[in-house]
Design a protein around this ligand. Structure first.
Ligand SMILES: O=C1O[C@H](COP(=O)(O)O)[C@@H](O)[C@H](O)[C@H]1O
Length: 231
């Protein structure tokens, strides 16, 4: 495992520092390739980080593509939508001109046709990502790699880009980028907050099956991961 840990006294300080680092990765990718893509997580944790990143005036946001590592299969007007969080918190001010590629592409369920639409959209992404920022749930899921996921094994091994997944703890059906697709990135971060998640990470770093705590697939992939944590 190649894991660097960075701990902060407060969540705002973490958000600002993570935003500086991600902005630097974006700028390096733009300098090298003229364009940069990042994949971000949803849920509740990234809100402060999104706000901090979106304020960066040193980024040429017209050359940035933002997508999600995973999405709940709900419309962008739902308060469960990860896209809504990105739009409301990050894609404001300087970052409003960035291009956003959603994973939810309409319809009741992420059936084959819907995932085909998602994958067609993702075809516009430059590779590798400039940065991928993962989160983690209290059950050890990351992206939508949930314990008990009906397509978990494929999600952890397929080239991707995206596939549908359902799991008892996931709420709605979901779409997730696959692990190999996410690992094709210049920089990989895991952003977690709170004592409970610190404990979950400790457990995940120990021995045990990936199926029980799918975050282990990331931690064991051999790709350097920087963990950002604040209480
Ligand atoms: O459902 C999800 O949960 C995880 C963790 O979210 P948090 O609310 O505990 O921060 C998130 O990383 C993932 O993107 C999201 O879809």
């Amino acid at each position: 495992m190649s894991i660097e840990r960075r701990s902060f006294e407060g969540r705002l300080a973490l958000a600002k520092e993570l935003a500086i680092n991600v902005a630097n990765h974006i700028n390096s990718a733009i300098e090298a390739n003229g364009i940069a893509a990042i994949a971000v997580s949803g849920g509740s944790t990234p809100a402060r980080f999104f706000a901090a990143l979106g304020k960066h005036k040193d980024v040429d946001w017209s050359k940035v593509i933002v997508t999600l590592v995973d999405e709940r299969w709900v419309s962008e007007t739902s308060d469960r939508s990860n896209a809504m969080l990105v739009n409301e918190r990050m894609l404001q001010g300087p970052a409003a001109i960035a291009r956003f590629l959603p994973l939810y592409t309409g319809g009741q369920t992420p059936d084959d046709a819907a995932i085909e639409r998602t994958n067609a959209l993702l075809g516009d992404l430059p590779r590798p990502f400039a940065a991928v920022i993962l989160g983690m749930g209290g059950d050890g899921h990351t992206a939508s790699f949930f314990p008990g996921g009906n397509t978990l094994s494929k999600a952890l091994s397929a080239a991707g880009p995206a596939l549908a997944i359902e799991a008892p703890g996931a709420g709605e059906p979901r779409v997730t980028l696959t692990l190999p697709y996410l690992l094709d990135t210049d920089a990989l971060y895991l952003h977690i907050e709170g004592e409970e998640k610190a404990q979950v990470l400790e457990t995940a770093l120990g021995e045990g099956p990936v199926e029980q705590m799918p975050i282990r697939a990331v931690l064991r992939a051999g790709k350097p991961v920087t963990v950002y944590w604040a209480p």
